[in-house]
Design a protein around this ligand. Sequence first.
Ligand SMILES: [Fe+2]
Length: 191
Amino acid sequence: MATNGKLRYTTPGIETAEAERIVALLQDRLNATTDLHLTLKHVHWNVVGPHFISVHEMIDPQVDAVRGFSDAIAERIATLGGSPIGTPGALVEQRSWDEYSIGRATTQEHLGALDLVYQGVITSYRDAIQELDDLDLVTQDLLISHTDALELFHWFIRAHLEDKGGNLSTTGATTEGEAAAAAQQDASEAK
Ligand SMILES: [Fe+2]
């Protein structure tokens, strides 16, 4: 398996051992954002139904932004003296989450599943931000800026899943399949 390797140097004011932990946290964020922008593109290509064009077009700016996050994270790893790993095999080997499970499906089904995807990504971002509190505030600042945008994108998704009372159709769903089914059922009943 490719690794980030031992650091020969790092930025001033950080101990090498701490920098290695920061690089490990960043590699996990690189895997998460690379997975997310590829998954979002997959959704962009596979949504169908009456709301196709609005969802198809809503997704692309998210793809571009998240791709930019991957780039910033990888360059932060290099800045810290590490080697970012950007190949797909290493991503699949290292990731702790499952492959996105929905193929061609309605916009509501994909949006329901994406609610779960964003929940996972944002929660893991917040865990990393918490750990970086004692390690490196500069890297923490980078991840905070990403989380700000990810939470905005999550709202864009959730606004499609919300009723007038503010209830989300995906509440209680624990898998992408459950969330997709709940979102679809809610949309069918609303007709
Ligand atoms: Fe496209």
